[in-house]
Structures are given as structure tokens and as C-alpha cells.
Design a protein around this ligand. Structure first.
Ligand code: AMP
Length: 418
């Protein structure tokens, strides 16, 4: 199928040609006709499937086709997404896809001063991309009215709830006009999400793109059994031997991410970290340097990396395996986007093996074990202290417990022992 068969207008098709898109992805093939018919949509899909264009193109087209009215532009479409990085990315996509439509879009998110954002709003926009907190804030200050919203997109609804935005969403829903087209996207559909979708959607159609297999099939995967101590050595070894231009490394913790960057730096590998403790500007700067190819390695935690769209991301390294299997699919979805194929390599310590089993169950696939490397964990190294089994009541052989110390009762008044 080509974009011609989807009923898109020339200004949009021209922008797609400029972007180099030749064929719509499955979610675009399925969603665009539904949305152009004006129906609500429930999209079970995650970032990396082409979902942004799936909702952005019909929104742009429908607003573009409306009779032009004079005066200040009114916000007609609102896209709410959980993270700042995703918001920026979606807004960039609207700019690219809407290049020949004369429509205006802007993005607002927290963590930075509001001046530049309110200036853009004052000029008037047709499409607004926002994170929930800053949106409610600027609404309460009177910079934004939702009275004219005709198109509402709730993006990454499951992450929205994970991040505790439910109250913000409810406040927002109360302010939206009843007559509108609503789009609801989520990668997973647990009961809480189903119930939220029912509050938002009217007469809807469902489109489901199962990313598990799709992602897992697109991406070459491998797992290295390695001890905690050797993880950094293995990472350096891979960075030195793999021909990968841009490498995204996942760390379970913020502290861990900083440490990896420091240790790589000591080995003359320039890397940057993005995580929740970094300021918004520092995160954006790191992301820009990474996207521009100035730094080869970006070390990220899951929240910070959510939805990062870097074209040509050639390698994802799971320095720590995630303990939630779905996160693995999200992470490796950062490589092998759209048609490109990617590589995802995971490090697995002995105590992470249960996570590996869960992941393999989820993706319904065995991840090949790579043992052709200098740091194979053959089980001979004593595990680090925190991983050693907890002492039970049995005392180690040859040592008597020091009862005097352990059971000496505390004196109430040290000056008067009696
Ligand atoms: P998304 O899921 O919207 O974040 O899109 C994932 C990536 O696929 C982005 O880099 C898009 O620019 C790219 N993309 C989306 N649709 C297409 C398409 N039809 N052809 C080629 N690339 C696409």
C-alpha cells in the first residue's frame, strides 16, 4: 500500500516525500482511514510503530480542510503525552508533516521557564502538544483555552498512569468540549487503562499493533552472561569492537547511569547520561549532541529514554536487565525503528536470570547467548556482598557466636549500674 491510497491531500504527501517515507506502516494503514472518517480511535501501539504520523496526518488534514477563518488562531488540536522528550518529538513531527499546510503548532512542557512558550501561544497556534503539568498550569494562568478543541489525543496512556498523572488527566477531561474526536494510545491495556479509555472515547474503532513479535523480529538480540564487576569491561570491549555509530545504554538507576559515564570517560570514551536528576536543559543538550553524532554513547534510565527517537540508532545495550519484561520490548524498540534493523545486546548477571526468563516468555523467543567474549561468567567469581545469600540461623563452622557482646543487656543509667 502507498500513501496515495489513504486519501491524503497533496500538501501532506509532499511533506512525506521530503521525509523519505514511501509506504505507510501498519498502524498508519489502519488508523488514517478511520480518523479521516471522523471516528474515535483506540490504538494499542507503542512508540516506534509510526504512531505519531498515524494521528498527526489525519489531524493536520482535517484542520487544513476546514474553511479558513479570519482573526486569532484557536487551538483546535491538543496532544497530551507523558514526557518532555516525547512532547518535543511529536511537535517536531507535526512541524515536518505540516510543512506545506500553513498550520501552526507548538509544544509546552515543564522544567523550563514558561516565557518562550507563552510567547508562542500568544501568537496563536492550531495544534498544541503538551505534558500534563505545564498544560494545567498555563490553563490556570489564562494562556490556554480548550474551548475550541476538536481533536484530542492522549498518548502513551499507560505511562501516563505509571507516572501518576491520573488526576491531571481527569482535570483536563472536565475542561474539554464534549463534541470532539478523541484518540487514545497505549502500549498495554490493563483494566485501569480500559476504564480510562471508556471515559475519553465515544464511538470508537480499535487498532492493535502487537509490537512484541514485530520488535523482537526486527532486532538482532543477544545476551552476555557476565558478573557485576565485569559489566563495565564488557561494555568497553563492545564499544571498541562493534561498528555502531550511536549506542544507547540502559541503566536501572540514575546513580548507575552516572557511574557508567564516569568509567567510560576514564577509558577515553565520551558519553553522556540522561535521567530524572538532570535538568531539562542538560537532558536536551545531551540528546541533541547524541542525535547530531557529537557523542556516540548515551546512557539512560527508562523514564528518561521513553520514546526517544534517534534515527540510525544502531545498538541498544541493556547494561542492567529490566525487572519488568515489557520494558525490555520498549528499550529494544529504540533500535530497528520503522524499516531499519537494529541490534540489542543485554548483560545478565546470575541474579538477573529470572528477569531474562520472563522476557523470553513475553517475546516468545529465546535470546541467543553470546559466549564469545573475554568476560564470560563461568560462575567461579564470588558474587558481590549484596548478592550473597542472607545468613540463616546456622553459624559458619569454626566460629562461636560472641554471646557476651550480643546479649549484654543495656544499662539504664550508666552512672548507677544498679
Ligand atoms: P513513531 O512511532 O511515531 O515514533 O515513529 C517511529 C519512527 O519511524 C520515526 O523515526 C518516524 O520518523 C519513522 N516513520 C514513521 N512512519 C514512517 C513511514 N511510513 N516510513 C518510514 N519511516 C517512518
Amino acid at each position: 500500500m502507498t500513501f496515495n491510497e489513504l486519501g491524503l491531500i497533496e500538501p501532506i504527501k509532499k511533506a512525506l516525500r521530503e521525509k523519505g517515507y514511501t509506504h505507510p506502516t501498519p498502524i498508519q494503514q489502519q488508523s488514517i482511514p478511520i480518523l479521516l472518517r471522523g471516528k474515535d480511535l483506540l490504538g494499542v501501539a507503542q512508540t516506534g510503530t509510526g504512531k505519531t504520523a498515524a494521528f498527526a496526518l489525519p489531524i493536520l488534514q482535517q484542520i487544513y480542510m476546514q474553511p479558513k477563518r479570519k482573526g486569532h488562531r484557536l487551538i483546535k488540536a491538543l496532544i497530551v503525552t507523558p514526557t518532555r522528550e516525547l512532547a518535543i518529538q511529536i511537535n517536531d513531527n507535526f512541524t515536518a508533516y505540516g510543512k506545506f499546510t500553513n498550520l501552526r503548532n507548538t509544544v509546552i512542557f515543564g522544567g523550563v521557564k514558561q516565557g518562550a512558550q507563552t510567547n508562542e501561544l500568544r501568537k496563536g497556534v492550531d495544534i498544541l502538544v503538551a505534558t500534563p503539568g505545564r498544560l494545567l498550569d498555563l490553563m490556570s494562568q489564562g494562556y490556554i483555552s480548550l474551548n475550541d478543541i476538536e481533536y484530542f489525543v492522549l498518548d502513551e496512556a499507560d505511562h501516563m498512569l505509571d507516572m501518576g498523572f491520573i488526576h491531571d488527566i481527569k482535570k483536563l477531561l472536565a475542561k474539554l468540549p464534549r463534541k470532539r474526536q478523541s484518540l487514545f494510545f497505549s502500549a498495554t491495556m490493563p483494566p485501569s487503562i480500559v476504564s480510562l479509555s471508556q471515559k475519553i472515547l465515544g464511538d470508537f474503532e480499535k487498532v492493535s499493533i502487537t509490537p512484541k513479535q514485530a520488535t523482537a523480529e526486527r532486532v538482532d538480540q543477544g545476551v552476555y552472561f557476565v558478573t557485576k564487576k565485569n559489566k563495565i569491561k564488557l561494555l568497553i570491549h563492545l564499544l571498541e569492537t562493534k561498528d555502531a555509530d550511536s549506542v544507547l545504554v540502559f541503566s536501572r538507576t540514575k546513580h548507575g547511569a552516572d557511574k557508567i559515564v564516569r568509567l567510560l570517560g576514564r577509558n577515553n570514551i565520551h558519553a553522556a547520561a540522561i535521567h530524572g536528576n538532570k535538568s531539562q536543559n542538560a537532558r536536551q543538550r545531551a540528546l541533541k549532541h547524541f542525535k547530531d553524532g557529537d557523542i556516540r554513547v548515551l546512557v539512560a534510565t527508562d523514564i528518561a529514554a521513553r520514546g526517544i527517537d534517534v534515527s540510525d540508532l544502531s545498538l541498544v545495550v541493556n547494561y542492567d536487565l529490566p525487572n519488568v519484561s515489557e520494558t525490555y520490548v520498549h528499550r529494544i524498540g529504540r533500535t530497528g525503528r520503522a524499516k531499519a534493523s537494529g541490534v540489542a545486546l543485554s548483560f545478565c548477571m546470575m541474579d538477573e536470570r529470572p528477569y531474562l526468563r520472563d522476557i523470553q516468555k513475553l517475546i516468545n523467543q529465546k535470546i541467543p547467548v553470546i559466549s564469545d567474549h573475554p568476560f564470560v561468567d563461568d560462575g567461579s567469581e564470588e558474587p558481590p556482598k549484596e548478592l550473597q545469600p542472607k545468613r540463616t540461623g546456622n553459624r559458619p563452622p569454626g566460629r562461636k557466636p560472641d554471646r557476651r557482646k550480643r546479649f549484654r543487656p543495656k544499662r539504664k543509667n550508666p552512672r548507677n549500674p544498679r
